[in-house]
Every structure is written in structure tokens, then in C-alpha cells.
Design a protein around this ligand. Structure first.
Ligand code: UD1
Length: 344
């Protein structure tokens, strides 16, 4: 037990729940704030089942300034914050831009205000490789410029990083680490927590597992006419537990005062690109499930190819993704089977 208390906003969500598990396993105490808008309270039981420890839990919306102030008055000893709580559906953000700007940016600003007010000076921010758009150079490194965002969602990540940069600049005591995720996939090996998409999934892997489970009729592969070896688009798919561990390393780095700069940015990927068709084939091979799929037109706003340069995270953060695609896709399938009650 190291008696450090970490606030995890959005801690019952997909990446938040996996990160909470890794924090608890590393001896941190965790308090979660979540409004449960896209998750379930039962996740707390699952986290407890995996770790033998239950995080503290406060159910409210961080956009509610008064509640957030009350929170910090009660939890006086927060050592660091990991901020996940945000909306993340690209298509929805195009339809409801204000809802995205309101939730993602007001939430962040409230949090920053209260952190400064209560002298909580370490923040890990959940960012995305979406800020790079289609990079000019691959693999993409952290110095690559932001490209004009394709969606209000993507724009909230860019603006959020800029807000944090300015806040850090004006508060020399404040430290932040922005983690730019590539494509997090898979589930905890216990199959007790995983991704719980509501409605039709937007992302590739949940769509694949739901298709294999018979919840969806057919996977649509968005485009086979990209300038890639098999024509389908390329992404850097990273195991969610590996990703979660990078948050623990980042927290330790800040708490132990090892940050080189007040604001640091790290790519979290594997460094290896995989095409959509490679993911489909690997999934079929490791699970033995035949996937019903067809090729359709490209999806608007999709980039052709993006994968991470991971040298900086390896060398500076001392973190590296370990799990391969096989096990990761299998974990996603095991999770799907669990939530659909599919027996072998
Ligand atoms: C998407 C978002 C990105 C966000 C990320 C996190 C877009 C354009 N980008 O990334 O902003 O940060 O999710 O969740 O939505 N695919 C199919 N069929 C499907 C679903 C996906 O072929 O049914 C393909 C896509 O065209 C893409 C790849 O699979 O080439 C990965 O798609 P997805 O999982 O949605 O992730 P990104 O688009 O990379």
C-alpha cells in the first residue's frame, strides 16, 4: 500500500476501468467520479473481484461545478488525477457538436479550476492519435503537427490539449502528461471488464466480436482501395491492459517528480500498423469463428494509415506494449462471449 490517492474521472468506462485495476494492483487508492452516462455501476464489483479492492465511487457529472468543489472538499488528499470522462463517438459529435464541446471542454475546465484551487498539481489526460489526422510521416511522432480535426470529437481532444498546455504554462507548479492513444482494443484477461458499447458499435473490434456473436449480421469493411498492401486502412491496435499500465507509469513519473517538462506528451501504440483485413483474418484464426463480412465504400473522415512512433514512450516513460494481436483479439472475444452468455 503506498497510500497515494488517485482520482480517476470516467473510471467505470472502458479504459478507465482497466486503468483503475492497474492502479489498485500497484498499491494506489482510487476514487472514481463517473456519471454512468456510458457505463454501469456493476463495473465496481468487477474491479473488486479482480483486485480484491474496491475503489471509492462518487456518481456525478464533473460539469457540475458545485459538486466537484464539494468533492475536493471531502477528498482532500488527492495526489493526482487521470481524466477520462468525456464523450467519444465521432459520428454523434458531428450531429451534436455543442453537446461534445460542452461535456468534453467544460468538464476539463472545471476539473483544472478545482485542481488549482485545491493544490492538486498532477494530471494525466486521455488524448487520442486522432489529433494527428493523416500524418505526413509514418510512424508518427509526438512532434507531428495537429491536422484540422475531422469531427467535433477530434477537435475537443485538440482544444483540450491546448487548454492544458496554457494552464501548465501559467502554473509552474502544475504537471500534466497527455497520452495519445492509438486504437485500444481487447479486454481484461479475466473477462470481467471490457468495452461495453451502447447500441451499434462504431469501432472495428466491438463490431467484429458482435458479428461473431450473432448480434450483427455482417461486418462492413470500409474501403479496400486505400494505398496499402491489401487495400484496407491501417491502424495501430494496442491492448487495453498495456495501455492502462502506461497510466500507472505516468502517475509514478509525476509523483516521483521525474517529469522532464511541466507538460509531456506520449504516443501510446505498438509501433506496428495492421490493416482491417489483417484484423479480420487474425480474429478468425485465433477464435476459430468465421466472420461474415463485405467490402463497402470508405467511411467519411477515415485516414488511410496511422501508426505510432513509440521510441519516446519506450525511452522516456520506460513503457512498452507487450501483448500481441492474437491474445488481444482473443481477450476481446472472451469478453463478448461472457456478456452474451456464449458457451464454448
Ligand atoms: C476512431 C475515431 C477516432 C477515435 C477512435 C477511438 C473515426 C474516423 N475515428 O478511430 O477519432 O479517437 O475511434 O475510439 O471514427 N472499420 C471498418 N468497419 C467497421 C468499423 C471500422 O472497416 O465497422 C475500419 C475503419 O474504417 C478503420 C479501422 O476499422 O480503418 C478502425 O476503425 P475504428 O475502430 O472506428 O477506429 P478509428 O477510425 O481509427
Amino acid at each position: 500500500m503506498n497510500n497515494r490517492l488517485i482520482l480517476v474521472t470516467g473510471g467505470t468506462g472502458y479504459i478507465g476501468s482497466h486503468t483503475t485495476v492497474e492502479l489498485l494492483n500497484s498499491g494506489f487508492d482510487v476514487v472514481i467520479i463517473d456519471n454512468l452516462s456510458n457505463s454501469d455501476k456493476e463495473i465496481l464489483d468487477r474491479i473488486e473481484k479482480i483486485t480484491g479492492k474496491r475503489p471509492y465511487f462518487e456518481q456525478f457529472d464533473i460539469c457540475d461545478e458545485e459538486k466537484l468543489e464539494k468533492f475536493f472538499n471531502i477528498y482532500k488528499k488527492v495526489d493526482a488525477v487521470i481524466h477520462f470522462a468525456a464523450f467519444k463517438a465521432v459520428g454523434e459529435s458531428v450531429e451534436k457538436p455543442l453537446m461534445y464541446y460542452q461535456n468534453n471542454l467544460v468538464g476539463l475546465m472545471n476539473l483544472l479550476n478545482r485542481m488549482i484551487q485545491f493544490n492538486v498539481s498532477n494530471l494525466v489526460f486521455s488524448s487520442s492519435a486522432t489529433v494527428y489526422g493523416q500524418p505526413d510521416k509514418l510512424p508518427v511522432n509526438e512532434q507531428a503537427p495537429f491536422k484540422p480535426a475531422d469531427s467535433p470529437y477530434g477537435n475537443t481532444k485538440q482544444i483540450a490539449e491546448e487548454i492544458i498546455r496554457d494552464v501548465v504554462k501559467s502554473n509552474p507548479e502544475f504537471f500534466a502528461i497527455s497520452l495519445r492513444y492509438f486504437n485500444p482494443i481487447g479486454a481484461h484477461p479475466s473477462a470481467l471488464i471490457g468495452e461495453l458499447p451502447r447500441g451499434v458499435p462504431n469501432n472495428l473490434v466491438p463490431f467484429i466480436t458482435q458479428t461473431a456473436a450473432g448480434v450483427r449480421d455482417e461486418l462492413k469493411v470500409f474501403g479496400d482501395d486505400y494505398n496499402t498492401p491489401d487495400g484496407s486502412a491501417i491502424r495501430d491496435y494496442i491492448n487495453v491492459v498495456d495501455l492502462a499500465k502506461a497510466h500507472v507509469v505516468s502517475i509514478l513519473r509525476m509523483i516521483e517528480k521525474n517529469s522532464k517538462h511541466n507538460l509531456e506528451v506520449f504516443n501510446l501504440g505498438t509501433g506496428k500498423g495492421s490493416s482491417v483485413l489483417e484484423i479480420v483474418n487474425t480474429f478468425e484464426n485465433v477464435t476459430g469463428q468465421k466472420l461474415n463480412y463485405s467490402i463497402v465504400n470508405r467511411r467519411e473522415g477515415d485516414v488511410e494509415s496511422v501508426y505510432a512512433e513509440i521510441r519516446y514512450a519506450n525511452e522516456e516513460l520506460g513503457w512498452k506494449a507487450k501483448e500481441g494481436l492474437d491474445k488481444t483479439l482473443l481477450s476481446a472475444w472472451n469478453w463478448e462471449k461472457r456478456i452474451r452468455n456464449i458457451k464454448d
